[in-house]
Design a protein around this ligand. Structure first.
Ligand code: SAT
Ligand code: MN
Length: 605
């Protein structure tokens, strides 16, 4: 770190924050403690320092103003689910889907790793709020980190800085203490590397204490602790206790040609197109989509009995490869305005970034691994989980409701995954409980967003498998209860979509992207009974002719196969779903077994 960011006196009298910061500093022994203000000057100092240490390369300001390229250590590129723990007091409260260790055992182990781990570095103190500062109950956090990269990225992804700290002091607010270290202390005079990290990694949530301890990784999902660790894992546990929902969902606003507005939330696993759907450009005339969020939705029952959603984040942390003017023109416009950080994409000779799927393939570039790259290279230019990190406010099609602390009332919830077979383009659940069954059995082929094999079908309930901060059986019960305790007529209708079904040659049956607006139209028209559906063993699918395909280049045959409910394929799912449910023992709500029995009966299985 350069000399500009030096020890700053604690700018708060909030005793809880002072105690937390001094406790972590005593344990980790940083050379300096720096309290972040969130100012523009601070951004300049931070990014200049990151350029000086070689972590950042400044992009050509004519192409991407105030934007930077970063390349991680090649071993530190994604969330590490096998190193992620829910350390509840009782093991059963972490459930069968999470790693668990007894909290004091984990703390002892991690205190050993944290001891002196910030030596030679600056410890940044980042006061932040997830959601609105003006929310009825603002959700505060304080992340301390020894990574300037994390500090700069947190500024993009969360509301943070002096105004947040002042509000915390004014309210004597509770906050989620979040510790992050890259785990690479520097000896006296030792030169830093561009991407410090440690082979030993722990991403730990303490759900009862509402605390987060992260060690060894600088990657977004492991290190920007406001995002998955707080806004999903810790928040899901708070939400269960308080009767609301923290979900891995995009939020979008849809307006039809008659200017009727609806709000949709949709849960897909990481790297399955949430960002693309959130920013969709409809191909059907007169329809309009505006974005509200692309990854996380916090949903509470409002005074009117409806389910209201806010996006707690302040930026987009999107998958770069595959993003282009066709798949997501609005993301391209947003990142081209600058003020963004690109991690693990290729760097072009003219000071821009490039990735697989982007237009204008360069003749030469430097790959994410720092190697010379040409279109003939065998290796990819960019890691499949490379990311852009960009301010949400730069998105031209952001709905004005984004700024409303109450959020928006959700009309429809979509679940979706990446499945080559079995799952139709769109299915409507019969009711909330059936929709919960759809979510609880959601399956998807794995992607590069987490380390491990890619393309393997796994159950990913509500797209929350890596993010449920407690026992997933209890999480299903919470979903069921949200339906039971509230007015069913006012709750969103639930649908299941699959853009990824393939033909026998492996080609996609449905064109996806902007054409998905046709599916959204059917969904919206179903809400007031305007679109026709046929009942099948798995739910309602569009009746022949009910999906608007005017002007769409898709054969009747492909469309029929995209929508088909194949009884034999579904019969093959039954043993997998049974095995999945058995994992939860008595914690699985019995109504989900009843749903499965109903499905079996309807399939004749
Ligand atoms: O890497 S993140 O966890 O931030 C994004 C994702 O996997 O959904
Ligand atoms: Mn995500």
């Amino acid at each position: 770190m350069t000399a500009e960011l030096t020890d700053t006196a604690a700018p708060t009298t909030h005793q809880g924050i002072l105690d937390f910061v001094s406790e972590v500093a005593t344990m980790t022994t940083p050379d300096r403690v720096y309290w972040c203000t969130g100012s523009d000057e601070e951004w300049v100092e931070l990014t200049d320092a990151l350029v000086a240490t070689g972590t950042f390369t400044r992009l050509d300001p004519e192409k991407k103003p105030n934007s930077f390229h970063a390349a991680s250590d090649p071993t530190d590129v994604a969330r590490v689910e096998d190193r992620t723990y829910i350390c509840s007091v009782e093991e059963k409260d972490a459930g069968p889907t999470n790693n668990w260790m007894e909290p004091s055992e984990m703390k002892d182990l991690m205190r050993g790793l944290y001891a002196g781990c910030m030596k030679g570095r600056t410890m940044y103190v980042i006061p932040f709020v997830m959601g609105h500062l003006e929310a009825e109950h603002p959700m505060f956090g304080v992340e301390v980190t020894d990574s300037a990269y994390v500090t700069a990225s947190m500024r993009v992804m969360a509301r943070m800085g002096t105004h947040v700290l002042e509000k915390m002091e004014e309210l004597s607010a509770d906050f989620v203490p979040a510790i992050h270290s890259v785990g690479m202390p520097l000896a006296e005079g030792e030169a830093d590397v561009a991407w410090p990290c440690n082979d030993t990694k722990y991403i730990v949530q303490f759900p009862e204490e509402r605390a987060i301890w992260s060690y060894g990784s600088g990657y977004g999902g492991n290190a920007l602790l406001g995002k998955k660790c707080y806004a999903l894992r810790i928040a899901s546990a708070i939400a269960r206790d308080e009767g609301w929902m923290a979900e891995h969902m995009l939020i979008l606003k849809l307006t039809n040609p008659q200017q009727v507005t609806k709000y949709v939330a949709a849960a897909f696993p990481s790297a399955c197109g949430k960002t693309n759907l959130a920013m969709l450009e409809p191909t059907i005339p007169g329809w309009k989509v505006e974005a509200i969020g692309d990854d996380i939705a916090w949903m509470r029952i409002g005074d009117d009995g409806r389910l209201w959603a806010v996006n707690p984040e302040y930026g987009f942390f999107g998958v770069a490869p595959g993003t282009n003017e066709h798949t997501n023109p609005n993301a391209m416009k947003t990142i081209n305005k600058g003020n963004s950080v690109f991690t693990n994409v290729a760097l072009t000779e003219d000071g821009d970034v490039w990735w697989e799927g982007l237009e204008n393939m360069p003749a030469r570039a430097t790959s994410w691994k720092g190697q010379p790259w040409t279109p003939d290279s065998e290796e990819l230019s960019s890691h499949p989980n490379s990311r852009y990190c960009t301010p949400i406010k730069q998105c031209d099609m952001l709905a004005k409701e984004y700024d409303d602390p109450r959020g928006v009332p959700i009309d429809a919830i979509l679940f979706g995954g990446r499945r080559k077979t079995t799952i139709p383009l769109v299915t409507e659940a019969r009711d909330w409980t059936h929709g919960t069954f759809m979510g609880a059995t959601l399956s998807s082929e794995t992607t590069a967003a987490a380390t491990g094999a890619v393309g393997v079908v796994r159950r990913d309930p509500m797209a929350m498998l890596p993010f449920i901060g407690y026992n997933a059986g209890d999480y299903f019960s919470h979903w069921i209860n949200m339906g039971k305790q509230n007015d069913a007529a006012k709750m969103p209708k639930i649908f299941y979509v699959n853009w990824f079904r393939r033909d026998d040659e492996g080609g996609f049956l449905w064109p996806g992207f902007g054409e998905n607006s046709r599916v959204l139209k059917w969904v919206i028209d179903r809400l007031d009974g305007q679109a026709a559906a046929v009942e099948t063993p798995i739910g309602h699918v569009p009746a022949p002719g009910a999906l608007d395909v005017e002007g769409l280049d898709v054969t009747e045959d492909d469309l029929a196969r995209a929508l088909a409910v194949d009884v034999d394929e579904w019969k093959a799912e039954i043993p997998q779903i049974t095995e999945w449910f058995e994992k939860f023992g008595d914690d699985l709500p019995t109504v989900l077994w009843t749903e499965l029995d109903g499905l079996k009966a309807r399939l004749g299985a």
